[in-house]
Write a protein that binds this ligand. Structure first.
Ligand SMILES: CSC[C@H]1O[C@H](OP(=O)(O)O)[C@H](O)[C@@H]1O
Ligand SMILES: Nc1ncnc2[nH]cnc12
Length: 333
């Protein structure tokens, strides 16, 4: 793990960076930077889908790997979940060469055994957004359909769930003081862990929260969609890491969720979140450098064959827009 103690003035960093940046961390509520890493550039990336939530910080690890960091709700958390420019975020990360994304999220727990401050690595998603978020890079005139039966990347999921327990503080035993790591493989007997994504910004009613439990929901947030869908379209391996901050509103023995509870638990556990992020940066950077696990290789080229529209019938401007993400996939007319 790289330890970077000097405070660097981000605005003084170079605005360009030429090397490859294969890994990105998207920070959610409570995670607005990677304090253990040395920032070396801060990029403002313009995409055909607008500007990302914030400038992208490029940092360098002790081993010389590069990692991008993007604050989902903006550096000062000024974007509502429905207003996060997910297409610009994912497109910008793709443009700088990102092959794998680890996305952090503060979530409500829908299950008694997932207590506040526990970590959850989900394997499934239920979409309860309201169709108001642009959720695809494709559009009228250029139709494509990505696979989404496994919404997270299975190789990345395994790397993450194998690496976090090595930290030694998420040990899988349950006391009030010890956060637990919940994963399909290690603690959930091979059963999926499901994140429900709601529109918000208001939290759920008790009746809604109970319905999500009856559907098998494990945790709930307002952020995993369309981020995960767009990462899949962009052929980037994506895994979310959830940090439980509250019991949502189903649990009548607890106070219904408030932002105060969420932020309180996040602050209390920010050291753990930072350690998890730092460890994953080291482990995943190594995987990407050596190619040992073939991360993102399964996704490469998948969208080339997912298109229904004949490229010959597509308008030049539209093809050029698509070439931002997929250079060379389809001939420019
Ligand atoms: C501040 S509580 C609700 C807020 O927290 C989560 O954000 P993120 O996933 O970015 O950590 C949730 O999705 C909501 O946007
Ligand atoms: N209970 C909850 N519902 C939706 N998003 C959340 N983020 C944190 N807690 C949440």
């Amino acid at each position: 793990m790289s330890v970077h103690r000097e405070k660097v003035e981000l605005s003084s960093l170079p605005h360009t960076f030429d090397g490859p940046v294969p890994l990105a961390i998207i920070g959610g509520t409570g995670l607005y930077d990677l304090p253990n890493l040395k920032p070396i550039a801060r990029l403002t990336v313009s995409t055909p889908w607008g500007f990302p939530s914030a400038p992208i910080t490029i940092s360098q690890t002790e081993k010389g790997d590069h990692v991008a960091f993007l604050a989902r709700h903006g550096s000062h958390h000024d974007l509502l979940p429905s207003d996060v420019p997910s297409r610009a975020n994912i497109a910008a990360l793709k443009k700088i060469g990102v092959k794998a994304i680890i996305a952090f999220s503060a979530v409500g727990s829908l299950q008694q055994e997932i207590k506040p401050r526990d970590f959850v690595v989900p394997t499934q998603i239920i979409d309860r957004t309201k169709g108001i978020r642009p959720a695809t890079f494709f559009e009228k005139g250029f139709v494509a359909h990505a696979m989404f039966g496994e919404p997270f990347d299975l190789k990345l999921n395994k790397i993450v769930t194998d690496a976090i327990p090595l930290l030694g503080f998420l040990e899988g035993f349950d006391t009030d003081a010890t956060p637990v790591l919940h994963s399909k493989e290690h603690t959930n007997k091979g059963e999926d862990l499901t994140v429900v994504c709601m529109e918000g910004p208001q939290f759920s009613t008790r009746a809604e929260s109970r319905i999500y439990r009856s559907w098998g929901g494990s945790v709930i947030n307002m952020s995993v969609l369309p981020e995960a869908k767009l990462a899949r379209e962009a052929e980037i391996a994506y895994q979310m890491i959830c940090m439980s901050t509250d019991y949502d509103s189903w649990n009548e023995s607890e106070e219904p969720v408030t932002v105060e509870t969420v932020v309180g638990n996040l602050k209390a556990n920010s050291a753990n979140a930072t350690r998890v992020a730092a460890t994953l940066v080291d482990v995943i950077s190594e995987e990407l450098r050596t190619g040992a696990a073939g991360l993102s290789k399964d996704l490469e080229g998948t969208m080339k064959y997912a298109v229904s529209t004949s490229p010959h019938g597509v308008k030049k401007e539209l093809l050029e827009k698509m070439h931002y993400l997929f250079p060379g996939y389809w001939p420019l007319n």
